[in-house]
Write a protein that binds this ligand. Sequence first.
Ligand SMILES: [Zn+2]
Length: 137
Amino acid sequence: MTKETLLQMARNTAAFAYAPYSGFRVGAALLCSDGSVVTGANIENRSYGLTICAERVAIATAVSTGRTTFRALAISTPDANEPVAPCGACRQVISEFAPPELPVYCEDPQRPGVELIQTTVGELLPFDSLQGLGNDH
Ligand SMILES: [Zn+2]
């Protein structure tokens, strides 16, 4: 599984976003340790606060279907002008299941298939003082 393929899956999934309020679609593709890929799209809510990000949809889908270890995460934001990294809430949830070295690819919306940000969970959530308290990956 190449990161280009994973980014494409994230981009394809963004089409399923329910984003009538922001118009900001997000797709996530999570490469699981067993080689399968679980995707998620953002699901907004008129209360705003109950909106669920694409990354958390993917994590919840994976975990609730028995997949709790991962190799990579790709994120596509086709409505953005520049790559967008996961929000703080998602960083915390991702870190529950992903080791600090998990690669995270954020697609350049101007150049589909090309990641402009390649980072890790550890870089997105440094000094994670809760590391080791929960899932030890
Ligand atoms: Zn988020």
